[in-house]
Design a protein around this ligand. Sequence first.
Ligand SMILES: C[S@@+](CC[C@H](N)C(=O)[O-])C[C@H]1O[C@@H](n2cnc3c(N)ncnc32)[C@H](O)[C@@H]1O
Length: 273
Amino acid sequence: MRFLPDSYYSTLAAAHSESPFLSPVKSSHYVNDVAMWLQAAGGDTVLAEVGPGYGEIAVRISMLLERHSIFWAIDICPEFLAHVARRWDGHPSQLRTLTLDITQTPPQEVCLLRRRVDRLVAINVVQDTDLLTTLTLFSRWLRPGGYLWVTILAKETMDLYYSQHPLYDKTQGWYYKPATAGVQLGKRSTGRGDIGYDRILRFYTQGEAQDALALSNYVIMRQRNIAFPASIMSSRWKEMGTREFFRDGIVEALECAGTYVDSYEFVAQCIIA
Ligand SMILES: C[S@@+](CC[C@H](N)C(=O)[O-])C[C@H]1O[C@@H](n2cnc3c(N)ncnc32)[C@H](O)[C@@H]1O
């Protein structure tokens, strides 16, 4: 099963000069927190971000990076890595970029960073991959005792507000995103005709995320919910127009609960000896 057509993110990168993603990195406080956490690894360290998108975190860390530390930006989409390189404000030799599909990592790319990374961050990336496989790859890159900061889209929210939605598969936690442009991955039968989809988003329960972390040799150090308030959501709706498929569910979530739990954030330590 494929979750993402090759051209998906390249099409987005070409269409938007600013990030269209609903992500906590829209908050400068959040970006600062992540960058300070990366910097706390100390000097002479190897830091990495998988799926930097438009490079919000990379830009911030480029201003804080210790002189002998290195930051790897790793992404399936070369256009995003070009954004990061263009916006990088530190010494050019401290930035390394790697175009890579983490769902199909060749052995040489696993070896390239094997047990070299002190801290790795991945914000809203694993929804395009299988969680356990991805966490296992990250654990191969991290040094024993290295740290991971990851966000994972919340299945509980989908189950609550989208359980009847014809494009949501509650058993798998997959949302079939209707194709608006670009390459279609396939068609989903809804009972009222077929709807073409161009991407599958994967959601995980908090328990599934915790289990996957344990199975891939991490100890959870901190866990919190990423929740979006109504104020952020309303500006987001303006940006995205009325076709936004999450809108109705989010409105309902905000009305019922006053908040919208988007994802689970984990900071975890890799305990491979
Ligand atoms: C939803 S965007 C999030 C970008 C940014 N972290 C943020 O929060 O705004 C997902 C990011 O992960 C990258 N990505 C998705 N699937 C990937 C894969 N299989 N291998 C490597 N990068 C991937 C995308 O190109 C994009 O940069």
